[in-house]
Design a protein around this ligand. Structure first.
Ligand code: MG
Length: 226
């Protein structure tokens, strides 16, 4: 598979729209910092006033956080998981690809996970800061709390224990935590009424076979000059 390089930021103004097939970066800063700790090169599937859809191809080289002293974050006890410094680690996206759907201004994005045979496994509502667009992609801050939504339309909160731990560690203050929970409840209403994007048929979407996997650029953490 050929890998193309995401174009470096040229100092110009952010494009109004991306075209299907454009390759951009989907990034998250560490909570309360300007430091990018998650960076996923993605291919634009759709972009208009109402929705940005991007594809994370299997095997894409990405950046994800690890604890600065080495171990996996998930192996660290909750009490200290959000208290230890993190660093950015180069890795590959493992498992099947993921489609991410984001409405401008909404404090979450909705991700679709499929099995290998393209049976829909689940949707995943990732609560996050409304994304900022810049010429090279979008930036946000992950809000730790998430919601899993299943094909039978049942749903459950995910990572409530981490959400609590992040508050105890002072990464998310009380007011912000309340706003995040409120956003989550808005998302729950959307799920229960089976509104967009759940009702829009995205589970039948497939990536264009002509797309190549975008490469992680060396300057993946460059400032987002909006
Ligand atoms: Mg999350």
């Amino acid at each position: 598979m050929t890998a193309q390089t995401v174009p470096a930021y040229d100092g110009g103004t952010a494009p109004v729209r991306w075209a299907p097939g454009d390759q951009v970066l989907w990034r998250y800063r560490g909570n309360g910092t300007d430091r990018v700790l998650i960076c996923r090169p993605v291919t634009v599937a759709h972009d208009d006033d109402d929705l940005l859809a991007v594809w994370v191809a299997p095997g894409t080289e990405c950046i994800r956080p690890v604890l600065a002293d080495g171990p996996e974050i998930s192996g660290e006890p909750l009490a200290t998981r959000f208290r230890k410094p993190r660093s950015a680690h180069r890795t590959r996206w493992s498992g099947t690809g993921v489609l991410k759907l984001a409405c401008p201004g909404e404090p979450w994005s909705v991700w679709l996970f499929w099995d290998r045979d393209w049976g829909l496994r689940n949707w995943y509502v990732n609560l996050e800061e409304p994304r900022t667009r810049w010429s090279g992609g979008t930036d946000s801050e992950d809000h730790v709390l998430d919601i899993a939504v299943y094909p039978d339309r049942s749903w459950e909160w995910k990572d409530e224990d981490e959400f609590e731990a992040a508050q105890e560690a002072g990464l998310i203050n009380r007011a912000k935590a309340a706003a995040i929970r409120t956003a989550g409840l808005q998302a729950v209403r959307r799920i229960e009424e089976w509104g967009s994007p759940f009702c829009d048929g995205w589970e039948n979407w497939r990536p264009d076979p002509s797309w190549t996997t975008p490469a992680l650029p060396d300057d993946w953490d460059r400032p987002a000059n909006t």
